[in-house]
Design a binder for this molecule. Structure first.
Ligand code: G3P
Ligand code: MG
Length: 244
């Protein structure tokens, strides 16, 4: 893994451009982010694309489960107008497009595997096989994270040498065991559920801690004071003064 930046653009730059789109990644880079985080799931015909929710309703002009649409059908949808008319015509990007753009912009990447329910292993397997085939040897590999245990297990098999991030909301009782078993490189936590003491516990495993989602300078300063290394933010420009 390359050196961690202080700021990671969350879903691109989700406050300034539609999340998980190519415009969002361009926006994050334009605002000075050096890394972006995106959410990856599979279409009905097993193509990895970027989308956060299990359903299309919030971030496209479609409705219903994302997993039921083929790539062709998904590409008919508008993934920008819901955010602002300025982004009308934005498409749901494929992982291939995203990797090409991230490489061209010289950004670091956190690939969050975000499977639709029941597709945990398949999503990690397909997305990471593809990502591995596209990623140049001379660039630091992406950080791969997931809330889904089965996706992380699969990731460890498919990309044994890539860094994993153990992503948690409410921490499970067996978190220490999983962190060791998966040999993760980072622990990625919900800033709102943590404090200085809990961050110390995570760091006692010898791993850097990343915190989502931090959108104000005071909150960023607080979590950094707890020993967090990096924050995921919807607004890289809004946090630039703590970018370091
Ligand atoms: O990976 C950090 C963060 O993106 C996790 O939460 O729901 O925004 O994907 P979510
Ligand atoms: Mg995410």
């Amino acid at each position: 893994m390359g050196p961690l930046p202080r700021l990671i653009g969350h879903r691109g730059a989700a406050r300034h451009a539609p999340e998980n789109t190519l415009s969002g990644i361009h926006m994050a880079a334009a605002q000075g982010a050096r890394w972006v985080e995106v959410d990856v799931k599979l279409t009905a015909d097993l193509v990895p694309v970027l989308m956060h929710d299990d359903t299309l309703d919030r971030t496209t002009d479609g409705t219903g489960p994302a997993k039921d649409l083929t790539l062709d059908a998904l590409r008919q949808l508008d993934a920008g107008s819901w955010f602002s008319p300025a982004f009308r015509g934005e498409k749901v990007p494929t992982l291939v497009e995203v990797i090409q753009l991230v490489l061209a912009l010289n950004l670091g990447l956190n690939l969050e595997i975000k499977p639709c329910p029941g597709r945990e292993e398949e999503t990690a397997g397909v997305a990471l096989t593809l990502a591995y085939s596209l990623w140049p040897d001379d660039r630091p590999p992406p950080l791969v994270s997931s809330f889904a245990d089965a996706s992380l297990d699969m990731a460890r098999q498919v990309v044994p040498r890539w860094p994993l991030g153990y992503l948690i909301d409410r921490r499970p009782a067996n978190w220490r065991q999983r962190v060791e078993q998966l040999n993760v490189s980072t622990i990625n936590v919900n800033a709102r559920r943590e404090d200085a003491a809990s961050i110390r516990e995570y760091k006692s495993t010898g791993r850097p801690v990343l915190a989502y989602t931090v959108n104000t300078v005071p909150m960023a300063r607080e979590v950094l004071s707890w020993g967090v290394s990096s924050v995921f933010t919807d607004t890289p420009s809004g946090l630039m003064e703590i970018a370091g």
